[in-house]
Each structure stands twice: as structure tokens, then as C-alpha cells.
Design a protein around this ligand. Sequence first.
Ligand code: C2E
Ligand code: MG
Ligand code: MG
Ligand code: MG
Length: 282
Amino acid sequence: KAKSAGGSGYASYDPEMLSGLVARLELEADLRLALERKQLHLHYQPTIDLATSEVIGFEALARWEHPERGLIPPAEFIPIAEATGLIVPLGRWVLREACRHAVEWSRAGGRPVKMAVNVSVRQFDRADLVEVVADILAETGMPADQLCLEMTESVLMTDTDDNLEQLVRLKALGVTLAIDDFGTGYSSLAYLRRFPVDTLKIDRSFVERLGALTDDTALADTIVQLGKSLGMDTVAEGIEEFGQLAALREMGCHFAQGYYFSRPVPAGEAGRLFVEGAAARA
Ligand code: C2E
Ligand code: MG
Ligand code: MG
Ligand code: MG
């Protein structure tokens, strides 16, 4: 942004701001190339059934290995993808890749892999989201009920009527729908009832407070009980310690993810983890 230079009529630019803008433009150009040149890949974080301690599936998380800068975290490149519209082809690629792997590991493990994929609110701006999901399910042979689409509360809060219609059509395909980072947005209980949501993912910030030193079970417990009373599954994200796991299990939370169980891992490792889990049970 140009600052007015004391009425001289000239605009002086903050060099730091300018270099920030240039860096962002570079990153945007690089991201476009990365998509074409397949420099993006997915890591997978296991989802654990708290009743049985089994790995029931994974969440797909995008990774960008930049040729010069190394690993760029999604917190940095997803907002750029959203601002530029690149999120549409990127999102399509993530869905296809995650479904392809889920089908492969289900076959190898002899039991269904549940795959959760993050979907940006910007992907709902496009009228063809439902067709894209349907096409990818057909193309990969992924059973719809094994796919869970994760979205933030913003999907319920913006373009409400249009997004509701798309969610109803996605539900009709047989996929499940989850609200990610639940509790950090502004959705009201009325929205939760109105939208065909299957799962609440309890944001990591609430799980964090279940640690031994700062025990605050009230918020996490409220979300779990809310999910129960609405007939929804609950998933806790960001479990790092046994104490948090024990507290959530006690509350009746159904599923969990977190470094305590596993960090997000590359595809090969995720596949092995799932198949060996199956073998251990057999
Ligand atoms: P998210 O969907 O809420 O994913 C959970 C994030 O928490 C992941 O970060 C994961 O690595 C991290 N995490 C998991 N367990 C723990 C834990 O025990 N402790 C801590 N400190 N962190 C944990 P990641 O992979 O960096 O992704 C960040 C966000 O970027 C995601 O948050 C999601 O909003 C977005 N994102 C990632 N991949 C995609 C994608 O393919 N599409 C879209 N639209 N967004 C994506
Ligand atoms: Mg997520
Ligand atoms: Mg989340
Ligand atoms: Mg989160």
C-alpha cells in the first residue's frame, strides 16, 4: 500500500512491504509451476478409533517441496492458492490422489480406509464441486462412504443457501461431511442443525488445554456432548499427551489424531502402517 508522502503528491513505498509483495508474487508463480511439475505431495495422518485404538483411516495434508526453499507449510501456500484460484486445480489433485491411495490401501489391508480431505471454502464458489467429487469417486473406484470432506465453519457462514445446496448434493453422493477446527469460528447451533454435517473436529486449541498443567475440560467436553446430542461423530485433533487421550476417551469422544499417535507421514509409510495394523489384528 502506498503511503501519502506529506502532500508532495508522490507516494513512497515501504520497501519491506514491497519485498513482501514480490515474494508473494514469486510464490504464486512457483505454485503454479509446482502443480504442473508435480512438486506437491500428500502426507497422511492416521485417525484412531478411541474405543479400539485402531487406525481407521487418514487425513490427507498437502506438502510443497520447493526446489530452492525446501518444505513450505500449507499455512503459507494454501492462502495463496485460495487468493489466486489455484486452490481449484490443487483441491482436485488432492482429492484424486487421496482417493487413489485410500483404494490402494483398502485393497492391501482388506478393510476400508476412511480418508478425510480438506476442502477450502473457495472450492464451494465453483458450481462444479459436486461433479468434480462424483467424477473422482468414479474414476478412482473410491466408495463414497469412505470419503470425508472437511470444511471450516466459514462454509456454513458465507453464501449460505448456495453452499447448503452443494452440501446436500454431496451428502446425496454418500460422502460424509466434517466441520474442521470446530469451536474457533462463529457458526451457531442453528447452523449445525440446518446443515447435513456428520462430524465435528474439535480444534487443537481445546485439546491443548487438557494437558496436566492447564486442565480445562469444560470446552472440549461441551463439544463432545453437543456432537452426541446432535447424533454426530467427534474427532479430537492435536493429541500430544496420554493425559489428553485419557480425558477425551472419558468424555466419549469417538476418534482422535495427533502427534501422540503419529505425525503426518508420506504415502508409503501410511500404507504400511495401515496394512500392518490389519495384519496385527488378524
Ligand atoms: P487442519 O486441517 O486442521 O490439519 C491439522 C493440522 O494440525 C496439520 O497441519 C497437522 O499436521 C497438524 N497436527 C496434527 N497433529 C498435531 C499435534 O499433535 N500437534 C500439533 N502441534 N499439530 C498437529 P498442516 O499439515 O501444517 O496443515 C495446516 C492446515 O493447512 C490444515 O489444518 C488445513 O487447514 C490446511 N491444509 C492442509 N492441506 C490442505 C489441503 O489439501 N487443502 C486445503 N484446502 N487445506 C489444507
Ligand atoms: Mg483438516
Ligand atoms: Mg483441523
Ligand atoms: Mg486445527
